[in-house]
Design a protein around this ligand. Structure first.
Ligand code: FES
Length: 585
């Protein structure tokens, strides 16, 4: 049986656990009798897993426990059986040395959890920005129907009211503090209100970018992504997510690869460009595409980026926080404006196509969601550059950079690691001026698990002179809330012998954004001499997860997933685990 919108009805996975009159069936049912579920429940109702990344050390996800209760209620209302499973909670600002490697760990945990338990569908509850892609990657590989609900943006307020305090404001204030233009007292007042409430970062940082593109990918309910974490409408969405998940569980459809196809990724990239979203999302989308067999490359981001204007007037590229974007019409209204660029027949977990979703959408505030012919800023938002310094590509958030630096030649000032920056950037002896090109290396996936160090600080004496942007190049990532002329994700990275490892102080670097070129202007023979002399850094980790990570993480242009995790999991649990009178206790 099948219908046009939701696809075929498939046998329940959970039936293998519960719908058999043998010893394994007895063991499974009797075990869950202790949790209050009857034989009849388990033999007749679909099962939904609620994968929750709540933790009280992670305020971005702090409301997920309450939302899980609403999801649970929705599942019960629709006749399903909910089971909530706590998964790793990754707090961007708290976890060390950097949150990024834990995305893959969460993805593995989510995948194995889904495969190992009798879930017919899963609801994914994420918020802080590595929890979203980690859950999606794992669930995509596990292959059962999924639906994503985010914690929602926080609602920060400035010390004097209004909506001025946010993470992007932090970066600007830090520069002003270092330039001596803001007092320590004002900075401390800012500290007390910058996060404001539970919920993830409230500008178009990585979390809001991921949340919004989940609607364009078709894995979230339309209109759900930008409702603030503290807004009760999010609870109503959570209940509807629960109800919807039961319909998906009962049908075993749509499976992740029936939603996450090439059309869905194109739509997501289109929205990412239109909102001036985070460069981190590029990495996450590449990794997610790898899980479902979509051959996505960096070039596709550049192709789409060339035609899609920045139409969402939100920080860091624009003026407002994401709450204004929601009241302006939210993602459905953005997608309606972007209609000429979209695959309207792409399917969603809502059961409708993207084209059907945007039929009823409306732009309420044309200053916040601009028409295509009146963008927030002209030019591209995200660009991909290549050259002898980045043979496999590097990315730049052009809409957050000073356009004066789009064609630039300057002398390299090289930092081997973040500690060297801290030690040297304000050294009066450092030979640097506003035309210099700041280079940070050994901060890629293998070098340092790719922390968000790409927005290198500018020297205090240049800040005090009013310099606000300089060209910075690294194999690191950059916070989605940050800004500046930062060429990021240089691939291959320095720690595996990429050309970034060969740059020396004083070398001329040339960036040409319109031509998409990034060149190290050193003669090939000299580069070859340096390559021969280069020694790989000694491995920093010889045991545990970080050792596994360093051995198997892929380069940035492939999404930094593990090489052994690409593709869906074809393995099925053997029938012997479910049949007969053996096994169990
Ligand atoms: Fe959690 Fe920004 S710190 S989303």
């Amino acid at each position: 049986m099948s219908d046009k919108k939701t696809g075929p009805t498939r046998p329940l996975r959970s039936a293998r656990w519960f719908r058999k009159d043998d010893l394994p069936g007895f063991v499974h049912r009797s075990t869950l009798a202790a949790a209050g579920w009857s034989r009849e429940d388990l033999m007749t109702r679909p099962v939904v897993g609620i994968l929750n990344t709540w933790s009280d050390i992670n305020p971005c996800n702090l409301n997920l426990r309450a939302l899980a209760e609403e999801v649970r209620t929705g599942i019960l209302e629709a006749g399903g059986i909910p089971f909530e499973v706590p998964l790793m909670s990754i707090s961007e600002n708290i976890i060390k040395p950097t949150s990024f490697p834990f995305r893959n760990l969460l993805a593995m945990e989510a995948e194995e959890c889904i495969r190992a338990y009798p879930f017919d569908a899963v609801v994914l509850l994420g918020g802080c920005d590595k929890t979203q892609p980690g859950l999606l990657m794992g669930a995509a590989s596990a292959g059962v129907p999924l639906i994503f609900l985010g914690s929602g943006p926080a609602t920060p307020r400035s010390a004097t009211g209004g909506d001025l305090a946010n993470a992007t404001g932090v970066w600007r204030l830090v520069d002003q503090l270092r330039a001596g233009k803001v007092s320590e007292g004002d900075f401390a007042a800012f500290e007390r209100c910058v996060m404001g409430t539970v919920g993830h970062c409230a500008e178009m940082g990585t979390a809001s970018s991921m949340a919004t593109i989940c609607e364009a990918l078709g894995v979230s309910l339309p209109g759900s992504s930008l409702i603030p974490a503290v807004d009760r409408r999010r609870n109503l969405y959570a209940r509807e997510v629960g109800r919807r998940s039961v319909r998906m569980a009962a049908k075993g459809s749509p499976r992740p690869n029936e939603i996450l196809d090439a059309r869905a990724f194109d739509n997501a990239i289109t929205l990412l460009c239109a909102v001036g979203g985070s460069t981190n999302v590029i990495i996450h989308l590449l990794a997610l595409a790898g899980r479902v067999g979509v051959p996505l490359t960096l070039d596709r981001f550049d192709e789409i980026g060339r035609r899609v204007p920045l139409i969402a007037n939100v920080q860091p590229a624009g003026e407002h926080l994401t709450e204004r974007l929601m009241t302006a019409g939210g993602v459905p209204a953005l997608l309606k404006t972007l209609k000429p660029f979209l695959h309207l027949d792409a399917r969603t977990v809502d059961g409708c196509t993207i084209g059907e979703i945007i039929e009823t959408a409306e732009v309420i505030d044309a200053d916040v969601i601009r028409p295509l012919d009146n963008p927030v800023r002209s030019g591209e938002t995200l660009v991909v550059v290549r050259g002898n310094l980045a043979p496999d590509g590097a990315v730049m958030k052009a809409c957050a950079a000073d356009p004066k630096l789009f064609r630039h030649r300057g002398r390299a000032v090289v930092f081997e690691d973040v500690q060297t920056i801290a030690d040297r950037i304000d050294d009066p002896e450092l030979d640097i001026d506003e035309n210099s090109v700041l280079i940070l290396r050994n901060a890629g996936p293998v070098g340092a698990a790719m922390p968000e160090w790409g927005m290198l600080p500018l020297p205090c004496h240049l800040l005090a002179r009013g310099v606000r942007d300089m060209l910075r190049i690294s194999d690191a990532r950059m916070s989605g809330t940050a800004y500046g002329a930062a060429v990021l994700h240089v691939s291959p990275e320095a720690a595996v012998g990429g050309p970034l490892a060969l740059v020396r102080d004083g070398d001329i670097i040339e960036l040409d954004v319109p031509a998409r070129r990034l060149e190290l202007c050193v003669a090939p023979e000299e580069l070859e001499r340096r390559r021969q002399a280069w020694q790989p850094p000694a491995p920093k980790h010889t045991r545990g997860y970080r050792n596994l990570y360093n051995q198997h993480v892929e380069q940035a242009h492939r999404g930094c997933d593990f090489d052994f995790l690409r593709g869906a999991n074809e393995e099925t649990l053997p029938e012997g685990l479910f049949d007969g009178w053996v096994g169990g206790w």
